[in-house]
Ligand binder design. Structure first.
Ligand code: ADP
Ligand code: MG
Length: 328
């Protein structure tokens, strides 16, 4: 949208509320023009981080740079960022068009020009036909697109989204995430999207930044974070992995990289504790030495060729290259 690719960087950013530490000296350089998801459990500091970037929350220590300029103390409208709120906060008495045009009105731009710009934004989010409606006459998904258009009309370099899909039903959530993803590519600006859902982050993000207890646990391309989690927390939070303690340390291995063989023939022996049919896969849960639980995801056809039952002894196999040693 701006033609210039801008770098956003957090330099040892800390947020305290009184004595409570919400964000602890976080440093990160966001990839320009990419879709980043800030992922982590509730209370880990995601929203505080996003609100500090937006300027809706003060930075206790550290600085926030955009295109090498320190924006930490600028008001929200002067930063080059825009935030789309979770509760879309639309003005109920204004039409869709005027909701979108509102921030330009505040800037003193005349009515003709701001309506023309707003109409452009409505086209971008595919809402041209609904320009004259009031927010109450829109579905949840349509209201969200209005909120998006309203944030984008300020031509931000970075769009910040705090759990933007959480109010939508599951069907609409999947559709909207595709739209968000396409919009980010089309605009070529950075989107930073807060979520606690690992599936949402995997579906959307070029880069995933996993937060836990006020710090970044791991950041990287979505596929790297999923395939090679560095810590027990990341392996467990991303899901789909086993964390196994072996004599050499703790390792993560994807459940679909664990195979089930007849007893006596694998790298390890296990006792089946539960079987769960999941459609494409069957989840075979077993207990191995040291009272550890291991889940193998077996393709359904392979499972039903040689089904197992709770109490059965089985062998478990894997390729050593799929074991990832964990650092914490
Ligand atoms: P997340 O978005 O990951 O759920 P938050 O950034 O909202 O996490 O919160 C991080 C921590 O800071 C939590 O312990 C939360 O209770 C606390 N917190 C957030 N906002 C405030 C506030 N305005 N005043 C006091 N504590 C807050
Ligand atoms: Mg939050």
């Amino acid at each position: 949208m701006n033609g210039i690719i801008q770098d956003l960087e957090l330099v040892s950013v800390t947020k305290r509320y009184g004595t409570a530490l919400a964000v602890n000296a976080v440093s990160h350089r966001f990839r320009p023009a990419s879709y980043t998801c800030l992922l982590g459990p509730s209370g880990c500091g995601k929203s505080s981080t996003l609100r500090m970037i937006a300027g809706h929350e003060s930075v206790t220590e550290g600085s926030i740079l955009l295109a090498h300029r320190d924006i930490s103390n600028l008001p929200p409208a002067k930063r080059g960022t825009a935030m789309m709120f979770q509760s879309y906060a639309l003005f109920p008495h204004l039409s869709v068009l005027d909701n979108v045009a509102f921030s330009l009105k505040m800037k003193g731009i005349d009515v003709k020009e701001r309506r023309a710009k707003a109409a452009e934004m409505l086209e971008l989010v595919d809402l041209t036909a609904l320009a004259d409606r009031l927010p109450a006459q829109l579905s949840g998904g349509q209201q969200q697109r209005v909120a998006l258009a309203r944030a984008l009309i300020t031509r931000p370099q970075v769009l910040l989204l705090d759990e933007p899909l959480s109010a939508l039903d599951p069907f609409l959530r999947v559709r909207m995430r595709t739209e968000l993803r396409n919009l980010q590519k089309e605009l070529g600006i950075s989107f930073i999207h807060v979520t606690h859902g690992q599936d949402e982050a995997l579906a959307l993000a070029d880069e995933i930044v996993v937060m836990n207890n006020a710090v970044i646990e791991q950041a990287g391309p979505a596929r790297d974070v999923f395939n090679a989690p560095k810590t027990r927390f990341v392996a467990q939070f991303m899901g789909g992995h086993n964390v196994i303690a072996l004599p050499q340390g703790h390792f993560a291995i994807r459940s679909d990289a664990v195979g089930v063989t007849p007893a006596g023939s694998g790298q390890m022996e296990g006792h089946v504790t539960a079987i769960e049919y999941q459609g494409t896969y069957v989840s075979v849960m077993s207990r191995i030495a040291g009272d550890q639980e291991v889940t193998a995801l077996v393709p359904d056809a392979a499972y039903f060729d040689a089904p197992h039952h709770p109490g059965d002894r089985i062998g478990l196999t894997w390729d050593a290259k799929n074991l990832h040693q964990l650092t914490a």
